[in-house]
Design a binder for this molecule. Sequence first.
Ligand code: MG
Length: 161
Amino acid sequence: MRERLGVDIGGVLIDRINDDTDTSFYSDNYLKTTAVPGAFDALRQLSERRFGSQIHLVSKCGPRVEQKSREWLDHHDFFRKTRVDPMNIHFCRQRQEKAPICETLGLTHFIDDRLEVLGYLKSVPNLYLFHPTSGEVEKHAQHLDRVDRVESWDDVLAALT
Ligand SMILES: [Mg+2]
């Protein structure tokens, strides 16, 4: 079976560390919002060493944040630096809608910062909870036994390469 990796955007590629600062993604400075350290390099390595062209971005957000996310990815030269195919980007409006997208794409691995989202992904065998907030983890702790916790992109590389 061909391995296919899905990656969330907010909190996994775009760093939440900017929240409540003047580079918040929710401010007019969203193009200056920083990436999670090591994300681009790790995705390139994952493409070269394991997943090839089968890396997909799957993000839940409203239309305005979708547009900002697309601009941010272009501004940071994401697709050239990571070699992720620009066609492999999928947006949905509700958290539970990530599940049918993952199923249709045949994703075998998924990285997300929200345990609630990972809990919906019944079709994906390998789930990675990326640097979550403790409150969200407590709230959805019933899904913890299905996920591996990772705190950084170095941890992701260690788990997947
Ligand atoms: Mg997220």
